[in-house]
Write a new protein. Structure first.
Length: 186
């Protein structure tokens, strides 16, 4: 770590990512989930105080003069399992590798290790960056592990019942017609 870096336990509400990169700042702290409106609409939680997002970000400038932000964001989010419709905890973990650019042309010329973040205006709202990263990590269809899902026993019973009702590989559904065809009395 360079001696120009500093560590803060309190996350700012707004940031200028270019200034943070020049100063080689490290931001470490927590953010309440309630400050992320879009994410808050997806997550179910009985206790607002227990829902926090852990943030560890480092800003800097690489050898190609790219202003970047790397680090990790994590949170335990309560989602609705789409199998049983009961709450489940999803451990969201995001690796951040952002490069701050002015336009699409700069974004296209970035090395593959970075995801572009186009700066339309400064300052940026810190929670927006964090929320964007976590939204990308959410599963399309949240599901408990099958062994932990309250609906798995019901699904297992349904599957067992339908398997006993389905014809086996050796069964021929036209066997009755074949016997009528070969019966000389008819």
């Amino acid at each position: 770590m360079s001696n120009t870096a500093s560590i803060s336990n309190r996350l700012p509400v707004q940031i200028d990512p270019i200034r943070l990169a020049v100063a080689r700042q490290i931001l470490t702290g927590t953010l309440p989930l309630k400050s992320c409106k879009r994410l808050n609409n997806i997550v179910v939680s009985d206790d607002e105080t227990s829902s926090i997002i852990n943030v560890d970000l480092e800003f800097g400038i690489d050898s190609e003069k790219i202003h970047y932000c790397t680090g990790k964001i994590s949170a335990d989010l309560d989602l609705i399992c789409q199998r049983c419709l009961e709450p489940m905890t999803w451990q969201a973990k995001s690796r951040v590798n952002l490069a701050f650019v002015k336009n699409d042309h700069e974004a296209e010329s970035l090395p593959g290790v970075y995801e572009p973040y186009i700066l339309h205006s400064v300052p940026l709202v810190m929670s927006d960056i964090i929320e964007d990263e976590l939204l990308l990590e959410l599963p399309q269809v949240p599901l408990h592990d099958e062994a932990e899902c309250p609906a798995s026993e019901i699904l297992h019973n349904l599957t067992s019942d339908t398997q006993s009702d389905t014809p086996q590989a050796g069964d021929n559904p036209f066997a009755a017609l074949e016997s009528l065809k070969n019966d000389p009395k008819k």
